[in-house]
Design a protein around this ligand. Structure first.
Ligand code: ADP
Ligand code: MN
Ligand code: MN
Ligand code: MN
Ligand code: MN
Length: 347
């Protein structure tokens, strides 16, 4: 079944002294919304991003042209680091999947509004043979019901992997705010946030990277597909919680309502960047609103936008955009939300 778990073999090597030298693991988003990485040795501990070089890669192997530029640096153990990179073409223009470049400009324009996000990343685990992880061979587990936030054998799967990822995120300085088992067995969620502006995309991409990287050790495949299994199984989303400074202050509910009016006017533009195959998920069933129709409501999990009950009760807080799929690029989603609600002036 799964690849042998070889941590016992690796541990002594990880414990070897490495002198002054550190590893810098460069991570970037490839041409198909996947993650790639390669590692370089740096002569000494890195204390400033300027000490890192811009590094080329073979773009023909990653469905994109080469060139990159470094950004945030979580720790990878000791002085070793992981470096999140932006990708640029040889002529200096942003690569086709470098959505961070545009998003950073939008976030700079809306800086005074202090946009905060909290993303709920859902994902599904599969074994190396492509079966949902832990499901009975050639069969199905019982219907949905006991799995969401479940506890106990046959209700939750791969909790050790989830725990390892959670701790690794905390160690690396990712603003992870929680985890829970999801409605479909072997589907999980982690939340990252609140994060301000461009940092939301940075933290979410790094959390995803750590997840797929750690899952290698379990021989587990991570799927970010919005409807990984047809039938009466929940899809996977990336609910996007959002607020501005004005929304977070007493009376902010008025600002939230006016933002929802603006979001309603641009439903189709948002859906266009809310993930591939999202039509398979946004059916109006399984706690979703229908893809073809904008809706909103307090405590309504079948709506496009939900105002959490406690937010309506206290009169300020944030809104939840439930439309984004699990496979979104968070830079695209956070930037269009800010463009629509903060930078669009009504005619
Ligand atoms: P749900 O009830 O939809 O499952 P979760 O608890 O999974 O909600 O996620 C809620 C998210 O909302 C968290 O990631 C949290 O960081 C985020 N959040 C909380 N307050 C704010 C805020 N003021 N602005 C933006 N996001 C927020
Ligand atoms: Mn080479
Ligand atoms: Mn959640
Ligand atoms: Mn969820
Ligand atoms: Mn949610």
């Amino acid at each position: 079944m799964a690849i042998l778990y070889r941590n016992d073999l690796l541990a002594p090597y990880l414990a070897l002294p490495q002198g002054e030298k550190v590893q810098a693991e460069y991570v970037w988003i490839d041409g198909d919304n996947g993650l790639r990485s390669k590692t370089t040795t740096v002569k000494q501990k890195v204390t400033d991003i300027g000490q890192l070089r811009i590094w080329d890669f073979d773009g023909s192997s990653t469905n994109q042209a080469p060139g990159n530029d470094s950004d945030v640096i979580p720790s990878a153990g000791g002085d070793n680091i992981i470096v999140l990179c932006e990708t640029y073409n040889n002529d200096g223009t942003p690569n086709k999947t470098n959505f961070r470049h545009h998003a950073a400009k939008i976030m700079a324009q809306a800086k005074d509004e202090e946009p905060w996000f909290g993303l709920e990343q859902e994902y599904t685990l599969f074994d190396v043979d492509g079966n949902p992880f832990g499901w009975p061979k050639g069969g199905f587990p019982g219907p949905q019901g006991p799995y969401y936030c479940g506890a106990g054998t046959s209700k939750v799967f791969a909790r050790d992997l989830i725990e390892a990822h959670y701790r690794a995120c905390l160690y690396a300085g990712i603003n992870i705010s929680g985890i829970n088992a999801e409605v479909m067995p072997s589907q999980w969620e982690f939340q990252v946030g609140p994060c301000e502006g461009i940092s939301m995309g940075d933290h979410l991409w790094m959390a995803r990277y750590l997840l797929v990287r750690i899952a290698e050790q379990w021989g587990v495949k991570v799927s970010f597909h919005p409807k990984p299994l047809a039938g009466d199984w929940n899809g996977a989303g990336c609910h996007s919680n959002f607020s501005t400074k004005a929304m977070r202050e007493p009376g902010g509910i008025k600002v939230i309502e006016s933002a929802i009016e603006k979001l309603a006017l641009r439903h189709n533009e948002h859906i266009a960047v809310y993930g591939e195959d999202n039509d398979m998920r946004l059916t109006g069933r399984h706690e979703t609103g229908h893809i073809g129709e904008f809706s909103s409501g307090v405590a309504n999990r079948g709506a496009s936008i939900r105002i959490p009950r406690h937010v309506a009760a206290q009169g300020y807080g944030y809104l939840e955009d439930r439309r984004p799929a699990s496979n979104i690029d968070p830079y695209r989603v956070t930037s269009i939300i800010v463009e629509t609600t903060c930078l669009t002036t009504e005619n």
